[in-house]
Design a protein around this ligand. Sequence first.
Ligand SMILES: Cc1cc2nc3c(=O)[nH]c(=O)nc-3n(C[C@H](O)[C@H](O)[C@H](O)COP(=O)(O)OP(=O)(O)OC[C@H]3O[C@@H](n4cnc5c(N)ncnc54)[C@H](O)[C@@H]3O)c2cc1C
Ligand code: HEM
Length: 409
Amino acid sequence: MLSTTSRPYIDASVPILRMHGLAITKVFYKALFEEHPELHHVFNAGNQANGSQQQSLASAVFAYAANIDNQAALAPVISRIAHKHASLGITAEHYPIVGRHLLASIKEVLGDSATAPLIDAWAEAYGLLAQILIEEEAKLYKASCIKPGDLLNMQVVAVEKQNTEVASFVLVPINAEVPHFKPGQYISVAVRLPNGLRQLRQYSLSDAPNSEYLRISVKREVARAKTPAGMVSNWLHENLTVGSVIAVSKPFGEFTPDTESNDPIVLLSAGVGITPMISVLNRIAQVSLQRHVIFAHAARNANLHPHRSDMEKALAGMPNLKNITFYEDDSADTDATTLAGRMQVNKLPLWDMNKAKVYMCGPLPFMQTQWHDLLASGVPIKHLHREVFGPDMLDHLERGDETKVKLCE
Ligand SMILES: Cc1cc2nc3c(=O)[nH]c(=O)nc-3n(C[C@H](O)[C@H](O)[C@H](O)COP(=O)(O)OP(=O)(O)OC[C@H]3O[C@@H](n4cnc5c(N)ncnc54)[C@H](O)[C@@H]3O)c2cc1C
Ligand code: HEM
């Protein structure tokens, strides 16, 4: 627990630190990479380049340290960060390095306002937060039977083009067992780019757990008017062929929809956000063919709708599976289950809102709309869950807020 001496300093300084978040972040990363250039191989250079300050590690530390005594709000967030860190191989030894640079950057940006008691208070808050994360990460490494940073070499045994944007890669470990995972989890994939930089990216596993292979489905992030082509997704599309070997982490991730019960379940996705949902669907098909499942997906058009063969297979064996598709580019509905336009909650089949959990994954604006509309239509917030394909949002944590519910504000 944060000491009573430090608490007032933390409370008073959080708004100021957030105001200076961008400047602190810049100073922080510059100094961190100057002293530890090897960390370029750990951090996501894409996130650095498109560098939304809101998504930075420094901002996260401010937001979460301010909530250090608010366990109800902090616990799920800690779990998400710990899983992400574990998939990246973060070690206990990294924490003092980051802490030192963070405090130094606060001092540099705030100047005389960064008094000794204020810096001491932040050192205490950071230390507490770091300890919680280190312990959580140690548990994850132990459960996965690995040392931090260990990667598995896997061979590509099939490349399946889902459409012009998305390809699935089927991976088999070399001289090792296929790691077990829960549907919804991801692996980090490590690639060495032509400029020598090693980069890690997370990809959700896109098939049910099985003893033979792991499958991921990667959307190629093409260059657009104002943004360059994605580094790793394009590298994977251009370089992985049958026989290639690629290093990946063990599966991690705390977005694990309930696949084992018989309660009705609602799975909503858009774009490549379909990947964890297909894993969930295929697992339900293994264990509970009669389960009531609503699976709704939004795509721009039929040509850009991945994993349609998985869906056809599931529909053939699951009598209570309702599949609704929304095609944004279409101007008229094709039939009762293929609708024109963006996903609209009021066009989904009805379900028992007190029983069914709703899981969603897709671009942020998609999830914000669905989240808002689902709440408005009476779905209890405790039944709503989502996966974000990037750094999660930070500002859902406010002091006194008991749950992490402010996704949509
Ligand atoms: C838990 C999780 C699961 C995921 N699952 C999947 C999945 O199943 N399938 C999938 O395809 N993806 C998935 N992702 C996303 C994936 O990890 C990568 O983020 C994605 O493939 C893009 O990586 P990249 O290296 O190609 O792009 P990056 O090079 O990292 O670039 C990311 C974005 O930043 C932009 N950018 C880069 N530099 C700049 C700059 N200087 N200025 C402005 N913009 C810039 C790029 O144009 C691009 O849009 C998942 C992510 C997470 C966190
Ligand atoms: C108390 C300390 C820390 C906090 C609060 C913190 C917080 C976070 C958060 C919120 C994310 C984004 C998670 C998500 O939603 O996907 C993240 C990602 C990440 N963190 Fe940490 N972190 C801490 C310490 C560290 C340390 C010590 C390192 C190691 C050098 C580290 C390296 C990373 C990396 C590499 C990512 C992935 C994103 C990227 O590369 O840009 N973090 N962290």
